[in-house]
Design a protein around this ligand. Sequence first.
Ligand code: FAD
Length: 310
Amino acid sequence: PYDVLIIGGGPAGAAAAVYAARKGIRVGVAAERFGGQVNDTMAIENYISVLETDGPKFAAALEAQVRHYDVDIMNLQRAEKLIPASEPGDLVQVEMANGGVLSARSVILSTGARWRNVNVPGEAEYRNKGVAYCPHCDGPLFKGKRVSVIGGGNSGVEAAIDLAGIVQHVTLVEFADALKADAVLVSKLKSLPNVDIHVNAQTTEITGADGKVNGLSYKDRVSGELHHIELEGVFVQIGLVPNTEFLKGTVTLSRFGEIEVDAKGHTNVPGVFAAGDCTTVPYKQIVIAAGAGSTAALSAFDYLIRQPVA
Ligand code: FAD
């Protein structure tokens, strides 16, 4: 069995692997896709000490650092079930999609999250070519340009307020008949001079030319009329979904499906820790996930050294 088995190989899992391996214990990482969300990222300009990199380079660097240590990397492996120890101190088991079962004295869950897509023509085609999901990450790339934000919940309205300070103009489109965000955010948004808001607006297409976004089409759900806005960027803000479906019924999840963790990365299950975008940690960013991964590894080590000698 592993001393520490890490499920997920994004920034959180990679940081956990490095920290755990440096304790000289047996470490394994099983990941559906090593690197995680950063594989789908273009420019990364907010990882401290790295002025600028891109997703594939960053993912390769994560893997190289983990491979530098004696860590079993099991790439392209999906976990399907977590089986907590039957007695305190016993092994935790993880059932994999390939039929195998991995056992470990402690487990770190770092399965990340995925942005919910609007699923309209143009979204996939222009991803990273004007279609973006993270205002903290990609907002500055649209400095002085026109953008749209799809979604009028808290994240959409926060994104629109944030972007309005950077870009030339923001158009927020919301499917429902009203913005769902907190009233204080909505009034802040409405006070901004360079923001238009359309409710009852169903996005029908993200248009583009020459490999770049050039507009967004939406249908007014009341009049049925079709509209087209010319712009350079579209931020999709309709939800971030944690990859925790396989954990339902084993670890405590928040109502958004995030694994509930304390400041040290403990879940409610002894010997099971969690880190990164799959957890209740506030703000989903690479540097935050990496920090949380190291915290979880140190907590797992702390747990292991407190186990009675067999
Ligand atoms: P993830 O990166 O999501 O990694 C999760 C890992 O778990 C993956 O290896 C995945 O394959 C694996 N996994 C999932 N389910 C299972 C399973 N059942 N079994 C086994 N493995 C599983 N953040 C920034 O700080 N700066 C940026 O510039 C930036 N740009 C971004 C751009 C885009 C397009 C996106 C999508 C995100 C961006 N982010 C950015 C956010 C950042 O990528 C995430 O906060 C970060 O990757 C979270 O790391 P994580 O390790 O928690 O999860």
